[in-house]
Design a binder for this molecule. Structure first.
Ligand code: GTP
Ligand code: PEQ
Length: 213
């Protein structure tokens, strides 16, 4: 079945929690690479994509709405326009695959939600989006479950490693280098990132040569 995916995207100075390993220009390019991976999965799943961008941005394969207000206000503005089911999916899920999205949108419940690690929310599919209100940041998974209850929605909590893995902190990059197949992995490897295993702990390292380029 065909659905519309709403993808919030911040093109300028994104992913500040990765500033310890990436410059602003690199974070912007990395955010675009992750967006490429998410859009590819969305389109392959049969959904169309609309980006909700904080500033001007061009993509041939997605509609773009520029909304300068904060994340929740922008999403809630968009949800109010929907007369059909809607999928909200974050742009920092580089491991997501079309099959994961199909699983989400084929739920028998009123809503399907994918928790992010650490309390967040990585994706929400809503059959009646106009009843709902997004409340991202903090323990947003719990907030979204409470809002769903207030709406009287039945809820499917989707247990998915690929969709629960968002890229917020340096240690998250490990997952791309192990499980990624798309543009995000290619981008990190091009910068000289590789896995580092010390005392049984897996982390990422960046080769000094590439860093200097
Ligand atoms: N439309 C819109 N999207 C946003 C905004 N802030 C973040 N996003 C997007 O929302 C998703 C999740 O955001 P975060 O994980 O907090 O990403 P971020 O703000 O770039 O990262 P940090 O600076 O490290 O907090 C990503 O897809 C971002 O591109 C915003 O103010 N407006
Ligand atoms: C937007 C926020 O993302 P996080 O900072 O948890 O990745 C959330 O999931 O509520």
């Amino acid at each position: 079945m065909y659905f519309h995916a709403l993808i919030p995207f911040k093109p300028v100075n994104p992913k500040t929690r990765l500033s310890c390993v990436l410059s602003q220009e690199e974070r912007e390019a990395f955010a675009r690479a992750m967006l490429d991976d998410v859009i590819a999965a969305v389109l392959k799943s049969g959904c169309s994509a609309t980006l909700l961008c904080t500033s001007a941005f061009e993509r041939g394969d997605a509609l773009v709405a520029v909304r300068k207000e904060p994340l929740n206000e922008a999403i809630n503005w968009a949800l109010a326009q929907f007369h059909c089911p809607a999928l909200i999916i974050m742009a920092d899920l580089p491991l997501v695959r079309a099959g994961d999205i199909q699983r989400l949108v084929s739920t028998g419940k009123d809503m399907a939600i994918v928790p992010g690690r650490g309390g967040g929310t990585n994706a929400i599919f809503l059959k009646k989006p106009r009843c709902f209100r997004a409340d991202f940041y903090g323990a947003s998974f719990l907030d979204h479950m409470r809002i769903a209850e207030e709406c009287g929605f039945t809820v499917d909590v989707i247990d998915s490693f690929r969709m629960s893995t968002d890229m917020d902190e340096q240690e998250d990059l490990v997952e791309i280098l192990i499980h990624g197949k798309g543009k995000s992995r290619e981008y990190l490897e091009g910068l000289g990132f590789s896995l580092s295993i010390e005392k049984g702990r897996v982390s990422v390292k960046r080769s000094p040569h590439e860093e200097a380029l």
